[in-house]
Design a protein around this ligand. Structure first.
Ligand SMILES: CC(C)(COP(=O)(O)OP(=O)(O)OC[C@H]1O[C@@H](n2cnc3c(N)ncnc32)[C@H](O)[C@@H]1OP(=O)(O)O)[C@@H](O)C(=O)NCCC(=O)NCCS
Length: 367
């Protein structure tokens, strides 16, 4: 058997502050009915701590689940498009905090496709023998870039983190095939312009630049076509058909996108894992959080064929076909929690609301 990269640990960190559709009704002209029908989302969670704190807890939980010590990790990779700062990377901060003293560390940005891109990098590094054990985290604090009076974007996104530990396997388990793609020409459909070196050498104070720009319908079409074509390609590369798939864990962008794309693939709903209802779209964190929830829900069995598929800003897309290994129960549990908070979602969003208020000076009042 050739050497493959198998997931042997998983974990997630869900921040504690809820933002329900009823809460959003108080901030913008929308309704629970509209949001649920168009997106499948009822709730999202918001973080009162930084991206790195979410990533650290998910990482510690995945590590405990794998039964491994931090010193055994050779590489820490964090997929994120909302790092708390650009340098040092979130991965380097995690490496230090968890005591992964023998590990390299870097961040990777493929927006919502980040965990799939990360898995492809990790699998290549493990298969080549350059590294053995890798911690891959997807973590986002997306509410930072949200204008909570913009009903076309803010209804979709939530914060969170998920992580996986990958180990070499010689028994057939692990990543079978990878498909990655991008179309930078369509990059303007999803933009976060405020977190790079563009413009004057000072942080932007312009709310029109700071907020996520997003063309929902264009993204919708790209997403449905992109992920169904990519998942088909990865199955072909792995020598599999849709009938062989036990579970698809898609990026949780919109329930309608997931439905349309998996219908195109010929995969029925009971083989698709969906947890978008309670968490919203958490970009690079969505797939590892969904993997963790799928394991907790008993939806993954030893030897299962699992397909991960995503699309996101860039635009980017990608899919992974893998065979799950023997472990479907955690080897251990990390008991730590985030620091508690008694903030409401409105307390937590007040800075955003104040910052973006100038863009809405002429808006009619929320009905
Ligand atoms: C954003 C999205 C939910 C909007 O849904 P949609 O069905 O495309 O809706 P439209 O943009 O066509 O808007 C339809 C109407 O609903 C209104 N509307 C938009 N957002 C609304 C909201 N939150 N509540 C109520 N009405 C809303 C629009 O103003 C429009 O009204 P009009 O016809 O009077 O102009 C959808 O396009 C989407 O999910 N896109 C992809 C999102 C995604 O996957 N992003 C992740 C990238 S990784």
């Amino acid at each position: 058997m050739s050497r493959r990269a198998a997931i042997t640990g998983w974990g997630k960190c869900v921040p504690p502050v809820s933002l329900s559709n009823a809460d959003l009704e108080q901030l913008m002209d929308t309704s629970d009915e509209w949001i649920v029908e168009r997106t499948g989302i009822s709730n999202r969670q918001l973080s009162h701590v930084e991206t790195t704190d979410l990533a650290e807890l998910a990482a510690r939980r995945a590590l405990a689940c794998s039964g491994m010590n931090a010193e055994e990790i050779d590489l820490v990779v964090v997929a994120t498009c909302t790092p708390e700062i650009l340098c040092p990377s979130v991965a380097a901060m995690i490496q230090d905090r968890i005591g992964a003293t023998n590990a390299g560390a870097f961040d990777l940005n493929a927006a919502c496709s980040g965990f799939v891109y990360g898995t492809s990098v990790v699998a290549g590094m493990i298969e080549s023998g350059f590294v053995d054990n890798v911690l891959l985290v997807g973590a986002e604090k997306l509410h930072f870039a949200m204008d909570y009076r913009d009903r076309g974007t803010a209804i979709l996104f939530g914060d969170g983190a998920g992580a996986a530990v990958f180990e070499p396997s010689e028994d057939g388990a692990g990543v079978l095939a990878v498909d990655l793609g991008a179309d930078g020409g369509k990059g303007g459909t999803m933009l976060i312009r405020s977190m790079g070196s563009m413009g004057e050498p000072s942080p932007t104070n312009d709310p029109a630049i700071h907020r996520l720009h997003f063309e929902g319908q264009a993204v919708f079409k790209i997403a449905v076509q992109g992920i169904s074509a990519s998942a088909n390609r990865v199955l072909e590369l792995a020598g599999l058909t849709a009938d062989d798939v036990d579970l698809v864990v898609p990026h949780q962008a919109n329930a309608r996108i997931i439905d349309s794309a998996t219908r195109r693939l010929g995969i029925d709903k009971d083989r698709v894992f969906v947890n978008i209802g309670s968490l919203g779209n958490t970009a690079a964190a969505s797939i590892p959080m969904a993997i963790s929830d799928a394991l907790d829900a008993g939806r993954v069995s030893p030897g299962d064929t699992v397909v991960l598929t995503a699309f996101g800003g860039g635009v980017t897309w990608g899919s992974i076909a893998l065979t799950w290994g023997d472990r479907t129960e955690p080897a251990g549990v990390h008991e730590g929690e985030l620091p508690p908070t008694d903030m409401t979602c409105f307390d937590l969003l007040q800075d955003n609301l104040d910052f973006f208020a100038p863009l809405h000076a002429d808006d009619p009042p929320v009905p």
